[in-house]
Design a protein around this ligand. Structure first.
Ligand SMILES: [Zn+2]
Ligand SMILES: [Zn+2]
Length: 228
């Protein structure tokens, strides 16, 4: 039996998703199908925000994030590493902590020097870092949702470009956009007052959160029609 613990790292969460969903993902879904599911569940999460239904929003964003992890697995992107390189206790744009983009009207991306001794270890530590970097008090939940939508769009564009040209510099763009997507997912969970590691440990306490098998044995029609 595989489970996610409250002290999980992002890397362990990604590995869990591979163990449980790697086989059905390989068999049933290409990147486009998975992007579709990522978007589908993220938008259901947005509906939860609009309807003021925190549980609906949380459940759907957790499923969306897990589809995102499946894409990371298929593309062999180490998202924990990419996230740290993009957000090493600094805003990736203004290079300050907390972010000062608004006050200082930063127009150009600033260079950051990464101090690996500060590296966050667990998902919980990363969530805390993002709260310090982009405090939820500075935005509304709706704003956090809109920002996630924007980043999901940019992530899709990056994949579309890479799959058009098969160019390695385009692939790097995917990894950067992926880190932005994760930061926005965590921002939404901060705005929802949801402890992500805690929530994941409840959803994924025993293999697949629906069929409880490893690998997951949920059938194709069930997965594609699944709603939360
Ligand atoms: Zn900033
Ligand atoms: Zn399943």
């Amino acid at each position: 039996m595989e489970s996610i613990k409250t002290d999980t790292t992002i890397k362990e969460y990604q590995a869990f998703i591979q163990k449980v969903y790697g086989l059905p993902n390989d068999r049933y879904f290409d990147t486009w199908d998975m992007l579709n599911n990522l978007g589908r569940f993220a938008m259901r999460g947005m509906k939860g925000i609009r309807k003021n239904d925190k549980e609906k929003a949380t459940n759907n964003f957790i499923i969306a994030l897990s589809w995102f992890m499946s894409i990371m697995n298929q593309l062999h992107i180490d998202i924990e590493q990419e996230t740290w390189e993009r957000f090493p206790f600094f805003c990736s744009y203004c290079a300050s902590y907390p972010c000062s983009c608004k006050e200082n009207k930063v127009k150009e991306r600033q260079k950051v020097v990464i101090d690996d001794t500060k590296r966050t270890k667990t998902l919980q530590e990363s969530q805390d870092m993002f709260q310090g970097l982009y405090p939820k008090e500075d935005r509304t939940l709706e704003h956090a949702g809109i920002h996630l939508s924007e980043e999901l769009g940019e992530f899709s564009e990056a994949i579309l470009t890479f799959r058009g040209n098969h160019n390695d510099t385009d692939f790097e763009k995917i990894t950067r956009e992926a880190a932005d997507v994760i930061s926005c997912f965590i921002g939404v969970f901060n705005s929802l007052n949801v402890n992500l590691a805690e929530e994941l440990s409840q959803q994924f306490s025993n293999n697949c959160h629906i069929c409880h098998d490893i690998p997951c044995t949920c059938n194709f029609t069930f997965i594609t029609e699944f709603k939360s």
